[in-house]
Design a protein. Structure first.
Length: 360
């Protein structure tokens, strides 16, 4: 079954005002590129514009304004949102790394929980129609490694500071949705609010430390062995374009029927598309054409062994079906990195080409 939201429908974003928090990060950069293609007006808000991927393409973006600001600086965030009067807000700003959350737990809690509350409190002051999509994670669920695919109604929880901060973030979102943006009173506040729980996202342009694909690329490009912490761990891998496609479709559904779709959604691969960390590494090496790996001893921090999302709600309510399986996502990702090593490669055009191929 094909996804019913086609290119003509996506053109509804043309000339719309899009506010993106965390627009300079990995997913935020890809989202900025896609909205550039759709001829939307983007205002991005991020604490830094020095991230490698964004720095390499930002000057080629057209109707795009970049604001340097911390999500916890509510006064500045309020000024930028209210002066822009967005039609859509995509909230991606976060401290997104599990290992980093052990090192800086308070920063993680402040950014992910209070930062989200700051954003939603500013949204209360908008006096116009606005669709808000908050991006959380697949790690918001209480995970006892029972090898079940989590559903949206399953219990939230988190062992590590990152996971628990994102679970708390979901509770904050639900509280604001019930207390201030209740669907029963939509005509009064005009705010549609949804959360998107995406699986482990991979793709070209991710250079974050302690994340599997950037680690693979760094090792292979330097002719070093890839080190694996947890070879048998299972994750719901999906390409960044797949995740962003889901966010864009969710935004359009909020526009069509804000009362119905102001809720939470899982976005991830099908349950039969399960790939372990070791299988991902082997496939990446095969596509690269050379390389090897070694398995490290016991790691010094906790991570869940098994993580899988139940994507049936997105299929039934939003008609979103995965297009690329894990092997396709890995292939597209590794080929992006291989091409990026060529100094003559135009990274923006390469991203546009991948988005175009995905849509076809």
């Amino acid at each position: 079954m094909e996804n019913m939201v086609n290119e003509i429908t996506f053109e509804r974003y043309k000339n719309k005002k899009i506010f993106i928090t965390g627009h300079t990060g990995f997913k935020g950069t890809w989202l900025s590129i896609w909205f550039d293609l759709l001829e939307a007006e983007v205002k991005g808000y991020s604490k830094s514009s020095n991230y490698r991927f964004y720095s390499e393409i930002k000057n080629s973006l057209k109707n795009h304004t970049s604001i340097k600001g911390n999500i916890n600086n509510k006064k500045k965030l309020e000024k930028e949102i209210l002066s822009f009067q967005p039609d859509y807000i995509f909230h991606l700003a976060a401290q997104p790394l599990v290992k980093q959350s052990y090192k800086y737990p308070l920063e993680t809690f402040n950014t992910n929980i209070i930062g989200t509350a700051n954003l939603l409190d500013v949204v209360k002051k908008l006096k116009k129609r606005c669709n808000v999509i908050c991006i959380t994670t697949d790690k918001v669920y209480l995970n006892n490694n029972e090898k079940v695919a989590f559903r949206e109604e399953d219990k939230l929880g988190g062992y590590d500071p990152y996971s628990s901060s994102k679970a708390a973030c979901e509770i904050v979102i639900e509280s604001y949705r019930n207390s201030f943006f209740n669907s029963s009173n939509f005509e009064s506040h005009q705010i549609a609010l949804a959360s998107a729980r995406a699986g482990n996202v991979i793709g070209g342009g991710d250079y974050s430390k302690n994340r599997i694909i950037p680690d693979i690329f760094k090792s292979l490009s330097e002719n070093k062995l890839i080190t694996i912490r947890n070879p048998k761990f299972i994750r719901p891998w999906q390409h960044v374009i797949e995740a962003l496609n889901s966010y864009l479709i969710l935004g359009l559904h909020l526009d069509n029927n804000p009362k119905k779709y102001s809720t939470s959604y899982n976005f991830g691969p099908d349950n039969d598309d399960i790939v372990s960390v070791e299988e991902l590494v082997k496939e990446a090496i095969r596509i690269w054409g050379s390389g090897g790996y070694k398995i490290l001893g016991k790691q010094d921090f906790h991570e869940a062994q098994f993580l899988m999302l139940d994507n049936r709600k997105a299929k039934v309510e939003l008609n979103i079906f995965p297009r690329w399986n894990a092997k396709q996502a890995i292939s597209v990702t590794m080929n992006w990195y291989k091409k990026s090593l060529n100094a003559d490669t135009d990274l923006l055009l390469m991203c546009i080409d991948e988005i175009t191929k995905f849509k076809k």
